[in-house]
Ligand binder design. Structure first.
Ligand code: NAG
Ligand code: NAG
Ligand code: NAG
Ligand code: NAG
Length: 301
């Protein structure tokens, strides 16, 4: 308990000592305010989907700027995003050079007036990042589907990445090979009981009941991973057996509407009921391919 008693300790020249201490304190405060404009980055986070990779951090700079450096674990630092006022830096170009490497990044803080600055800027290091393991899988997309008889054929889009090999961009399947697995969830449109099918190619050919409509969605995954295993599911698509009719019913009102609005824009006031509508009618009929639909359309004009 020496500190509380310290002021009472007899001292030969208390006034001088106090002045010195005060002076030292003032110097410290002045020094601190000089560098307090340079704030170190914190909360460095890798955001990476299908190898598109961005490093983010905080805070928004007020009176300083950032530069980012990146390096493979055993390589040299390379600077990116020089003296920026953003709080993110796209490092895709660097990490696609070798997606199986482990990278580290560093965010350096410089005063905004960089010309007067000499010395080593303060910095913060990111967590390590291994693209092959850490990049997330983008939402799966259905590329095409077809139901013929008792077969349903669904093809999943093989997403393109920015990874290059021999100068050509690689797809997700090129990069992950057999490590990538594809899942199809499907169900009869008239029920909710879901079934699942899995392949290691992006194409499904499954047996279905003839004449039934089916709905389905897809997902890609890397089962060997410990984290970030699965993409989010694609949106749902459904087959439709009365496709032609469906098209007619949905497209025709749209075309009639379009014909009316575009014509209205062109027509002169004096021939409001005139020729321009007539000119549009054949295109409506052509698209609808249905007499009923066309006569309905004509009545509307
Ligand atoms: C760090 O970032 C994450 C997401 O980017 C956010 O949820 C979290 O609140 C941040 N932490 C701090 C201390 O700001
Ligand atoms: C399934 O559809 C895809 C894309 O349309 C096609 O390339 C493929 O040959 C089809 N597979 C079968 C077995 O019909
Ligand atoms: C890339 O090019 C080299 C030689 O130029 C060739 O041996 C190799 O097979 C090529 N790889 C691919 C995946 O095309
Ligand atoms: C699958 O991933 C592991 C590491 O997670 C890797 O060692 C292996 O080469 C990969 N296989 C293919 C075919 O890409």
């Amino acid at each position: 308990m020496e500190i509380p008693t310290w002021p009472r300790v007899p001292c030969p020249e208390p006034a001088v000592a106090r002045t010195l201490v005060l002076g030292w304190l003032l110097l410290q405060v002045a020094g601190a305010s000089g560098t307090s404009e340079v704030v170190v980055a914190y909360n460095l986070t890798w955001k990476s989907i299908n190898f598109k990779t961005i490093l983010e951090w905080e805070p928004k700079p007020i009176n300083h700027v950032y530069t980012v450096r990146i390096s493979p674990r055993l390589g040299n630092w390379k600077s990116k995003c020089f003296y920026i006022r953003d709080t993110e830096c796209d490092l895709t170009d660097e990490i696609v050079k070798d997606v199986t490497q482990t990278y580290r990044a560093r965010v350096l803080s410089y005063p905004a007036d960089i010309n007067d600055y000499y010395g080593d800027p303060p910095f913060t290091d990111s967590p390590e990042f291994t693209p092959y393991v850490d990049t997330k899988l983008g939402q799966a997309k259905i590329q095409s589907f077809k139901q013929v008889g008792t077969k349903l054929n669904v093809t999943i889009q093989d997403a393109r990445t920015l990874v290059r090999r021999n100068g050509t961009f690689q797809s997700l399947q090129d990069v992950f090979g057999k490590n990538l697995s594809y899942t199809l969830y499907y169900w009869k449109a008239s029920s909710t009981g879901k079934k699942t099918a899995q392949t290691d190619t992006n194409e499904f050919l499954i047996d279905v009941d003839e004449g039934e409509n089916y709905c389905f969605s897809v997902q890609v995954a890397i089962p060997s991973r410990k984290a970030n295993q699965k993409s989010t599911e694609s949106s749902t698509e459904c087959t439709s057996h009365e496709k032609g009719m469906f098209r007619g019913e949905w497209l025709c009102p749209a075309f009639i509407w379009e014909a009316r609005t575009t014509s209205r824009g062109l027509v002169h006031p004096q021939n409001q009921d005139g020729l321009l509508f007539g000119e549009k009618q054949p295109s409506c009929c052509y698209c609808c391919l249905s007499v009923l639909c066309c006569s309905g359309g004509t009545q509307q004009f």
